[in-house]
Design a protein around this ligand. Sequence first.
Ligand SMILES: Cc1cc2nc3c(=O)[nH]c(=O)nc-3n(C[C@H](O)[C@H](O)[C@H](O)COP(=O)(O)O)c2cc1C
Length: 155
Amino acid sequence: MQPWCVHVVAGEAKEKLSRAILDAFEAGGEGHKRTWKYYPDELFEPYLSRSVRSAGGSTAARIGKGDHAQMKAQRAQNYLFFGAPVGMIFTIDDRLEIGSWLDYGMFIQNIMTSARGHGLHTCPQAAFADYHRIIRGHLGHPGGSHRDLRPVDRI
Ligand SMILES: Cc1cc2nc3c(=O)[nH]c(=O)nc-3n(C[C@H](O)[C@H](O)[C@H](O)COP(=O)(O)O)c2cc1C
């Protein structure tokens, strides 16, 4: 099935994408939201405790509680790819089902593991998913998924 479609951005294309998303992020509002859920609305045990425990080690958690400006600045770093020189945007045809998403996870993990073999680091980011409409415009995605892309645009 190979349900993956990867768009690689660097240099000016990456900077333009970052700027467009950051503008929308700064403007705020409810207009940007991912079309899928990472977690259920109400997290339950044992996952709730685990998620709180693991969040305790994150950079965001080291920022003082209530320091919204710092929190927002840290979140904004997502859209600068945390300073990485290359960004990879992964898209999937939204008619595919959970099995293909499982396959996709393995594909992404392989890229991450392979990158380490080449001395490179990676950082998976779900944060981009909220800005799918902006990303679509920048990557020439006219439809709701990658189904409209020409084969040459797919790797
Ligand atoms: C699927 C997935 C999505 C993630 N999305 C984000 C994200 O959007 N923003 C972020 O700061 N960290 C995100 N993380 C966490 C980081 O990618 C990273 O795993 C975490 O900071 C721990 O990094 P380390 O193991 O190198 O310390 C995500 C992790 C995974 C596995």
